[in-house]
Design a protein around this ligand. Sequence first.
Ligand SMILES: [Zn+2]
Length: 127
Amino acid sequence: MLNATFNCKVWSRHRRLRPNEHNLAIAFWRDYLSISQEVRAEKISPYQVTDERGRSGSSLTGVTFTETQAIIYHTRALTGEDIIHELLHVSHSDWNEQMVVQETDRLVVLMSSCAKQISPKLGYAPV
Ligand SMILES: [Zn+2]
């Protein structure tokens, strides 16, 4: 069940979430996608990321996971869309990138309608 402080702003597709909102959005989508692993987000420096040519300073959002935990690594603030995308990789590990992108787009549309269509499923009333 979600906390009443989880309001409509969290659902905006491109808004960069504040770190304290990461956990709210992760908790929502982890529940929605029936993910059993513990999930956390970890901010890393762009200098820890290299591109195809080995140059450091790249932007990255990605997820690694095991049977018990998933970690979303990010160099910039996460958006709601980022969290849906990365968690779909966890809940549907057999999907390719295109399938994840398509389902992310579908869920973002639900998210953008400000939780009204999702919330009955969870028994959550938007504030
Ligand atoms: Zn992806």
